[in-house]
Design a protein around this ligand. Structure first.
Ligand SMILES: CC(C)(COP(=O)(O)OP(=O)(O)OC[C@H]1O[C@@H](n2cnc3c(N)ncnc32)[C@H](O)[C@@H]1OP(=O)(O)O)[C@@H](O)C(=O)NCCC(=O)NCCS
Length: 141
């Protein structure tokens, strides 16, 4: 199947937001999406971009299908960008019950560090992040 992978543009943010929501619904946590498409535009396409993004341009009739090479194409392209930028590794977060994705990454050669090294994913957000920031030393101390 013909598809093209390219760097995202500001005009893609509405569609990127829709896909973030679609993935969050699939992962049973739509309430955890806090960003809007306007914030994606500002954070990704201003003077100091906070993220980079790739999009796949796919014929309309193929859009809802899995197993047509798009996931692998996107993952490989991210790896190519990472290598170009001298990155030593590509790291992903995947839910424990998402066996098809875990198997997909594994089939492409990824190690599951939770299994092999026992890492936990640690996060500060909301009030906990606010509290931690308030405790930062002032005047360099
Ligand atoms: C997992 C996902 C990204 C894979 O993308 P895809 O477009 O369906 O997969 P592709 O067609 O690109 O797969 C290409 C290759 O991966 C292999 N593959 C795909 N799914 C696989 C699986 N579950 N287990 C093992 N191999 C798999 C294919 O056999 C193919 O192998 P080849 O390169 O040797 O021919 C896709 O199914 C998806 O979007 N799932 C739902 C959302 C999701 O869970 N995203 C990831 C969140 S962490």
């Amino acid at each position: 199947m013909e598809f093209k992978i390219r760097a995202a543009a500001k005009e893609d943010c509405e569609e990127i937001f829709r896909m973030i929501m679609e993935l969050a619904v699939f992962e049973n946590m739509p309430d955890q999406v806090k960003i809007s498409h306007r914030e994606l535009e500002n954070h990704g396409f201003g003077p100091n971009p906070l993220f980079e993004c790739l999009v796949a341009e796919v014929p309309q009739e193929e859009k809802s299908k899995e197993g047509n090479g798009i996931g692998k194409g996107l993952l490989s392209k991210v790896a190519e960008v990472a290598k170009t930028q001298q990155c030593a590794r590509l790291q992903l977060s995947v839910l424990d019950w998402n066996t098809p994705s875990r198997d997909f990454y594994s089939a492409k050669g990824a190690q599951d560090l939770t299994v092999s090294e026992g890492w936990h994913l640690i996060r500060f957000d909301g009030e906990n992040l606010d509290n931690l920031a308030k405790e930062a030393p002032k005047d360099g101390r």
